[in-house]
Structure formats: structure tokens, C-alpha cells
Design a protein. Structure first.
Length: 99
């Protein structure tokens, strides 16, 4: 997962900083306030911000499926020799004793 530092711009800073203990005890309230009032900051030393999923998705680009990325980024224009796939072909990187 990539870092989101500096990518999410929020119209207003969280008004309240919850302690971790408060946030644990009042998780439902933290989530409700994130939905109705905006981001909720948790923690004093290390800060964490709870935001609604809709806000998150608006600022994070959608990830492509790996298969699509591989097809779109596969090398083109190379004359790569593809070995024959029959069962009699020599297998590289195997010792003669192991056969």
C-alpha cells in the first residue's frame, strides 16, 4: 500500500483529538462523527485519522487488477525466444543426476 501523506486535502482540520482509549471506548461515536462532521483524529504522539470511505475513495486512485497491469506493461518489440513446450526438451538448471 502506498503512503497517502500529502495526498488527501481536507477542507477542515479535525476539531477534536481523541485519545486511543477514548476512541476504543467510543468507536461508534468516532465513526458517526467522521461521517457527519468530517475527519476524526486519534492519538497524541502518533496521529491517525478516521475518514468516511467515500472521502477516502475520492482521493485514492483505483488500483488496476494485476493481470491487466501485466498485460499493459509487458515488454513489446523484443525478440524473445520462447522454448518449445514438448516433453522431450532439455530442462535448463537441472543436474543430470536428478533426472
Amino acid at each position: 500500500m502506498s503512503s497517502l501523506e500529502g495526498q488527501i486535502v481536507v477542507a477542515s482540520e479535525p476539531r477534536r483529538v481523541w485519545t486511543v482509549a477514548e476512541a476504543k471506548a467510543k468507536l461508534s461515536e468516532v465513526l458517526r462523527l467522521a461521517e457527519t462532521e468530517g475527519p476524526q483524529r486519534i492519538g497524541a504522539r502518533k496521529h491517525f485519522v478516521v475518514v468516511p470511505e467515500s472521502m477516502w475513495r475520492a482521493h485514492v486512485p483505483e488500483r488496476k487488477p494485476l493481470g491487466r497491469w501485466l498485460v499493459e506493461n509487458m515488454p513489446r518489440g523484443t525478440n524473445l525466444e520462447v522454448p518449445d513446450r514438448n516433453s522431450n526438451r532439455k530442462i535448463p538448471f537441472i543436474d543430470e543426476e536428478d533426472e
